[in-house]
Design a binder for this molecule. Structure first.
Ligand code: SF4
Ligand code: SF4
Length: 112
């Protein structure tokens, strides 16, 4: 069942996002993993060279993949806090619907 969000909750979340901006500062993706001998070392070396960060998977839920963080901010994000979006009114649907609590690379400040 979809979450019902009151105006009060929306305002609190919005204030938290202006302070945090975490969702828009990087991209988290799943990359397929090879289990051939030596492949893990090679993949990790390549990702480190590209500046990608690999999040470990404490729950073992994504064993077939690497959860990779690419630290490239969205071009529409302001350059400093408060973190704003310069296409906010027409931002993509994914941005409108996104729940930052699902992102593992940032500590979401949503408490409500
Ligand atoms: S991580 Fe949470 S508080 Fe930060 S921008 Fe994303 S939704 Fe907002
Ligand atoms: S379009 Fe706006 S809301 Fe979406 S990632 Fe970029 S800055 Fe964030």
């Amino acid at each position: 069942m979809p979450e019902t969000i009151t105006e009060e909750v929306r305002a609190k979340r919005s204030a938290a996002c202006l302070e945090c901006g975490g969702c828009c500062k990087n991209v988290e993706v799943l990359l397929p993993r090879s289990f051939e001998e030596g492949a893990d070392e090679k993949a990790r070396e390549w990702m480190a060279a590209r500046g990608f960060r690999v999040l470990e998977d404490p729950d073992g839920l994504i064993m077939q993949h690497y959860r990779v963080v690419i630290d490239i901010p969205c071009p529409h994000l302001s350059k400093q806090a408060p973190w704003t979006c310069d296409i906010y009114e027409t931002r993509p649907a994914v941005c409108r619907e996104f729940d930052g609590r699902k992102v593992q690379s940032v500590e979401c400040k949503w408490e409500v």
